[in-house]
Design a protein around this ligand. Structure first.
Ligand code: HAM
Length: 421
């Protein structure tokens, strides 16, 4: 039987791995500039953590968790990072010092139908900011998002925003929304009929055309939100305009996780690079969640990017390819000297050492060609006797002979040679 990777997982190597690491380094640089400290939490958590935060009726809890079959079925691979970070903060008393700003990068697991940009093991990089309830904290995250995307040269995006009110306001809204959909039940898709009693808000972001048509007539959450909150939301939008952050209001954006209140947002790719999975990331405020777990009233806001999706959209060139020089010799004594030279050579060059001194010159060149060397150094018996080395520019084909009295100086001579060519 052929052993294959698990459905929805993939191997990441070569240029793709470089790209993932590049995204990670940009993410960590930018978040640390904004004062975020990195945290790592386990890949496994108690199922009830997500039931109580993401919500019993969410798709994640209903059908997407990878449960680990211990006796009580109580462990799951983590489907997202926010709940884990929150648990870690409570368990390690990190909320004793506020404000607290944490960042994370790592794999998440959801049993979704795999497609372009959607995997069962995928990567998220995200931040959680605890202790600030001003729209300044919201703005800071949006600035961070736009800085990260700029560094990745991702320009085709818009941030969809919505205000989904406080928990009480949303409860009022849900009642009216339920009444509206109940009256029009025949016009709903089959999936949304099921959601009517379990999670009526999610009907708003259904992708089914029947639901989309009906949603054009629904009462809007904006009419249920207090005046003060509406004003704050307006001020927030003015600031976004001033900072040139591309956004639009999507009154149907509710997000699939239950812990949000007030501001929610999704970063939407507009380049068509992602097929039907257009959300590069998403987040929002969750001012009530910590209270549910610890009785402490701590406002919070966060977001997470889908790294796999950033990889599909990133247009930034990876760090410049360094000049590659391949060192070859038929003299075995030179190999340790080559290795020492490699160890001490400046990092902006790539010094390759061919360890096999038994190859013919032809084979040495073929090998260097295969690994795309820019220069090939050859020291055969002849050169060794004359205290010389030969260096060939693989692009121009020009060969140069260089005199060398002590082969341990080869690194310095190579650098001098590269400077003059
Ligand atoms: P989320 O919207 O579920 O939010 O996920 C955030 C991002 O992760 C998505 O926008 C998408 O780019 C990526 N993503 C989600 N599922 C998959 C998948 N199956 N394959 C590939 N990428 C995927 C959260 O997880 C919240 N914890 C974000 C947050 C942080 N809210 C507050 N703080």
């Amino acid at each position: 039987m052929k052993i294959q990777s698990i459905k929805g997982t993939r191997d990441i190597f070569g240029v793709n791995l470089k790209l993932k690491r590049f995204i990670e380094s940009i993410f960590l640089d930018e978040t640390s500039k904004f004062g975020f400290q990195e945290i790592e939490t386990p890949l496994m958590e108690d199922v009830s953590l997500f039931k109580r935060s993401v919500g019993e009726s969410s798709d994640i809890v209903q059908k997407e968790m990878f449960l680990i079959n211990d006796d009580k079925d109580s462990i799951t691979l983590r489907p997202e990072g926010t709940a884990s970070v929150l648990r870690a903060c409570i368990e390690n008393s990190l909320f004793d010092k506020l404000p607290l700003k944490l960042s994370y990068f790592g794999p998440m697991f959801r049993k979704e139908k795999p497609q372009k940009g959607r995997y069962r093991q995928f990567y998220q990089c995200g931040v959680e900011s605890f202790g600030e309830k001003t729209y300044g904290a919201d703005l800071e995250l949006f600035l961070l998002i736009s800085n990260i995307l700029k560094k990745l040269n991702i320009t085709d995006y818009i941030i969809e925003i919505n205000n989904i009110g406080t928990n009480d306001e949303r409860e009022e809204y849900k009642k009216d929304l339920y009444a509206f959909f109940k009256q029009n039940e025949d016009s709903l898709s089959e999936e949304s009929k099921k959601r009517l009693s379990s999670n009526v808000l999610r009907i708003l972001d259904s992708k089914d055309q029947k639901d989309i048509d009906l949603c054009l007539k629904v009462p809007l959450i904006q009419n249920y939100i207090g005046l003060e909150q509406q004003n704050e939301f307006l001020k927030f939008q003015e600031m976004l305009l001033k900072l040139n952050i591309p956004f639009k209001i999507n009154p149907f954006l509710v997000r699939g996780l239950d812990y949000y209140s007030d501001l929610v947002f999704e970063i939407i790719d507009t380049s068509n690079n992602l097929g039907s999975q257009t959300a590069l990331g998403g987040g929002g405020r969750y001012d009530k969640l910590i209270e549910d777990f610890s009785n402490k009233k701590i406002p919070a806001i966060g977001f997470a990017f889908g790294v796999d999706r950033l990889m599909l959209c990133c247009k930034a060139p990876l760090t410049n390819n360094p000049i590659k020089i391949s060192l070859n010799s038929t003299i075995s004594d030179l190999i340790p000297i080559f290795l020492k030279t490699k160890n001490e050579f400046p990092e902006n060059f790539f010094l390759d050492v061919n360890l096999n001194y038994n190859l013919s010159f032809k084979k040495m060149f073929q090998r260097a060609d295969k690994i795309s060397s820019d220069y090939v150094v050859i020291i055969g018996e002849n050169e060794y006797q004359k205290n010389q080395f030969k260096i060939k520019n693989m692009k121009t084909g020009i060969e140069t002979v260089v005199d060398i009295s002590d082969y341990s100086d080869i690194g310095q001579l190579l650098l001098n040679f590269l400077k003059t060519t």
